[in-house]
Design a protein around this ligand. Structure first.
Ligand SMILES: [Cu+2]
Length: 636
C-alpha cells in the first residue's frame, strides 16, 4: 500500500505517509498538546455505511484521519479527527481514565527503569544473576485488579527471563518469582514482588537450526509454480479473483481488515455484496494458573497490543510460497512519523484438493473439478506468540477465516522434579500454564444488500407418531434472533447449531431468502469465574455469538480501551439495551478459539494450531455455482 495521495480514488484507500504528516502537523499546530506529545494510533477515520452509500451514488467524501493522542503520562487520551488535506480539526474528545495499547516508549521505559532499580537488582542477586544484559524483561499490560497503584497511571507488569547468550530462547529460563510493577509512562518502579527463588531451568530450549543438528536430508524439492502468473489482480488495495472482489486494509489494532467483500455475477456484471467489513475486533489470552506470579496474566492482543502494529514483514519462500502479491502498510510511529511496513499482507492462490467429483456408475464417466482458494493473510508477533490470520475465498462462494497459532508458550519455572497442577511440564524445571486464546471476529454482513437478520438453525430428532412411524424424522428448527439479548448464543455441537445471515428482502430462484451460514469451528468460551476481573473485561468471550444493530462506532468487542479497563465495556454494555435486530443493518460477532492445554510437543516452539470459522453460501445461489469450471486438462 504505497503512497496513493496523488491517485486516491476510494474511501478505503490506505493511509499515506503524507496524510500522516499533515494530520500530525495539524494536531501539533492546534496548540492543544505539548510538542512532545505521543500518538497511540493514527488511522483512516472510516466512513460509515451511509457515507459509503452516498459515495457510491456519486457524492464527494471527505478524507478524515483519526488520531489517538496522549497529552501526558496520566491515564488519559484524546481522540482527534482531522480533515485531510486542509487539517481542520473536526473532533477533539478527551477520554479521561483510558489507556491505549501498550506503547513501545512505555515498554522501553519500563525495562530501563527496572534494570536500574535496587529492589529488582537485589531479587536478581538472590538468584546469582549480576549481569543485567543477560536478562530479558517482558512488560505486559497489567490488567485491572483494584490496586491503588493502578489508578490514573499507565502500568506495566514485568516478567524477567534469563539469556545466557543473546540468541537464547528466554522463555526456556523464566526468572521465576520476580514480578515487578512499573509506572511505564513515568518510568517509576512501583513494586518488586519476590515470591521465592526457583532454580533456573537447565535446558536452553533452542529452536535455532544450528542447535538442532543433524537436519533431515530426505526432503526433496517441492516447488509451486504458476507459469502464467496468478489468476488474481490487485489495483491499489482492490483485489479481484474469480468472482470475488474486496478491498484489503491494515489498521494498527485490528490488523487485516476486509472491506466490501462481494461476488460478481458474471451474467449481469453486478456485484452481490456479502460482507461490508470483516476483522478481528478483539482477542484475549487468559491464563488459568492461580499462582500469584501468573494469575493476573490476560493479554488483549488487539486492544492492548495491536495486530497491525505487531504485524510481520513477510518473506517470499518462507512465510508465503509460490506466486505472491504483497501489500505494504503505512503506519505511524508513536512520535507521529510515518513508516512503511513492507510485505504486510500476502495474497496468493492455492490448490485445495478436489472441489467435487462423481463417477457415473452406468457409463463409468468420471467428472472432477479441482478446488482452489484465494489467500489473504498477515502474521503478528505479540511477545512470545505468533498469530497468523488467513482469510480464504473459495470458488463455490465459501469464505473461511483460519487463525494459525504458533510461537512460544508463556512459561513458568518449577522445581526440577516438580509437577504443575494448572499446567503441563514441558521440560525439566519448566511448565506452561493452561490458557485460552479467544478471538472475536466482527462481521458486518451485507448479504445481497444492507438489511440482514440472523436465524439460528438446529436439528432434533422427532418423536415417533402417525407421521413418523419409524422414528427417523429429523426436524430443522429455525429461529430468528430478534433482539440483542436473544442473540447471545453458544454453540451446541450435538444439534449442529449454526447461524444463517439472511437477507429477508431478497429471494433466490427457488423463492428462498438468500443467506450465508456461519459455521463454527473450535469454540470454547471463557472459563474464568463470572465474578473475576477478566470475565468483566472480556465479556465478549462469554458467548460464541452476539448480534448488534449496526453502529459505526461499535467496533471493538471489549471497547476501545481495554488496557487496564475495569470491565463491562463493548458487547455487554451495548447489548444491555436489548435493541431490535429486525429490519435493520446488523453486525455479527463470533467468538472462537482454543483452550490450550500445553503439550511437550509445543516446546520449544509450537507447531501451528488452527481455529476459525466458515461462511458458506446457503441459498445465496440457486445451484452449485461451480458447474462452469472447465475440467482439468491433464487428468491421467
Ligand atoms: Cu496457547
Amino acid at each position: 500500500m504505497t503512497d496513493t495521495a496523488s491517485r486516491r480514488t476510494h474511501p478505503h484507500d490506505p493511509l499515506t505517509a503524507e496524510e500522516i504528516r499533515r494530520a500530525v502537523a495539524a494536531v501539533k499546530a492546534s496548540g492543544r498538546v505539548p510538542d512532545d506529545t505521543l500518538f497511540a494510533t493514527i488511522a483512516v477515520d472510516e466512513p460509515d455505511r451511509g457515507a459509503l452509500a452516498a459515495f457510491a451514488a456519486g457524492e464527494a467524501l471527505e478524507r478524515r484521519i483519526r488520531l489517538v493522542v496522549l497529552p501526558g503520562p496520566a491515564a488519559a487520551v484524546v481522540e482527534a479527527v482531522v480533515r485531510d488535506p486542509d487539517g481542520a480539526i473536526l473532533e477533539w474528545t478527551a477520554r479521561d481514565g483510558m489507556r491505549p495499547a501498550l506503547l513501545y516508549d512505555d515498554a522501553y521505559r519500563s525495562i530501563l527503569a527496572l534494570k536500574a532499580d535496587p529492589a529488582w537488582q537485589a531479587a536478581m542477586g538472590r538468584r546469582g544473576i549480576t549481569d543485567y544484559d543477560q536478562v530479558q524483561i517482558d512488560p505486559w499490560p497489567t490488567g485491572s485488579f483494584g490496586r491503588d497503584m493502578e489508578d490514573g497511571r499507565r502500568i506495566t507488569r514485568c516478567l524477567s527471563y534469563y539469556r545466557e547468550e543473546a540468541s537464547d530462547n528466554g522463555y526456556a529460563r523464566p526468572i521465576e518469582g520476580v514480578l515487578a510493577t512499573v509506572d511505564a509512562a513515568r518510568g517509576e518502579v512501583l513494586e518488586v514482588a519476590d515470591f521465592g527463588v526457583v532454580p533456573l531451568a537447565m535446558e536452553r530450549g533452542s529452536y535455532l537450526p544450528e542447535h538442532n543438528e543433524p537436519h533431515r536430508e530426505d526432503l526433496r524439492a517441492l516447488e509451486i509454480t504458476q507459469p502464467d502468473g496468478a489468476s488474481l489482480t490487485v489495483d491499489g488495495n482492490l483485489l479481484t479473483w474469480q468472482h470475488w472482489t474486496m478491498r484489503v486494509a491494515m489498521t494498527p489494532l485490528e490488523g487485516l481488515v476486509l472491506h466490501e467483500v462481494g461476488w460478481v455475477d458474471r451474467a449481469s456484471g453486478a456485484t452481490r455484496t456479502v460482507l461490508h467489513r470483516a476483522a478481528i475486533s478483539e482477542m484475549v489470552v487468559p491464563y488459568g494458573d492461580p499462582d500469584p506470579m501468573h494469575n493476573w496474566k490476560n493479554a488483549f492482543d488487539v486492544g492492548e497490543w495491536g495486530l497491525g502494529r505487531m504485524a510481520n514483514s513477510l518473506t517470499l519462500g518462507c512465510d508465503c510460497l509460490g506466486e505472491i502479491t504483497y501489500l505494504d502498510a503505512v503506519f505511524a510511529s508513536e512520535h507521529g512519523k510515518p513508516y512503511v511496513l513492507e510485505h504486510a499482507v500476502c495474497i496468493h492462490e492455492e490448490d485445495y484438493g478436489i472441489l467435487w467429483k462423481h463417477t457415473d456408475m452406468v457409463t463409468g464417466r468420471a467428472e472432477v473439478r479441482r478446488s482452489r482458494r484465494l489467500v489473504v493473510s498477515s502474521i503478528a508477533t505479540v511477545g512470545n506468540y505468533e498469530y497468523g490470520f488467513f482469510w480464504y475465498f473459495y470458488l463455490d462462494g465459501t469464505i473461511q477465516l483460519e487463525v494459525k497459532l504458533t510461537g512460544i508458550m508463556s512459561t513458568k519455572g518449577i522445581p526440577v522434579d516438580g509437577d504443575d497442577s494448572h499446567g503441563t511440564v514441558i521440560a525439566p524445571g519448566l511448565a506452561a500454564p493452561i490458557h485460552q486464546h479467544l478471538f472475536c471476529a466482527r462481521l458486518d454482513p451485507a448479504v445481497d444488500g444492507p438489511v440482514n437478520e440472523v436465524h439460528e438453525v438446529s436439528f432434533a430428532g422427532e418423536p415417533p407418531g402417525p407421521d413418523n412411524p419409524l422414528g427417523n424424522a429429523i426436524e430443522r428448527r429455525v429461529e430468528r434472533l430478534a433482539s440483542e439479548a436473544a442473540a447471545r448464543r453458544d454453540v451446541d455441537a450435538a444439534s449442529s447449531r449454526h447461524w444463517r445471515l439472511v437477507n429477508p428482502e431478497r429471494t433466490n430462484g427457488l423463492g428462498q431468502p438468500v443467506s450465508y451460514k456461519l459455521v463454527p469451528g473450535s469454540t470454547p468460551t471463557l472459563l474464568a469465574d463470572p465474578g473475576s476481573s477478566i470475565a468483566g473485561r472480556a465479556g465478549f468471550a462469554r458467548h460464541n455469538l452476539w448480534v448488534t444493530p449496526y453502529r459505526a462506532d461499535e467496533r471493538r468487542a471489549a471497547g476501545d480501551y481495554p488496557n487496564q479497563h475495569t470491565g463491562g465495556a463493548g458487547l455487554p454494555e451495548w447489548t444491555a439495551a436489548d435493541r431490535s435486530l429486525v429490519g435493520t443493518e446488523i453486525v455479527v460477532w463470533h467468538t472462537f478459539g482454543v483452550t490450550h492445554s500445553p503439550r511437550p510437543e509445543d516446546w520449544p516452539v509450537m507447531p501451528v494450531e488452527y481455529c476459525g470459522f466458515h461462511l458458506v453460501a446457503a441459498g445465496f445461489f440457486d445451484r452449485n455455482p461451480t458447474l462452469d469450471l472447465p475440467p482439468p486438462d491433464h487428468c491421467h
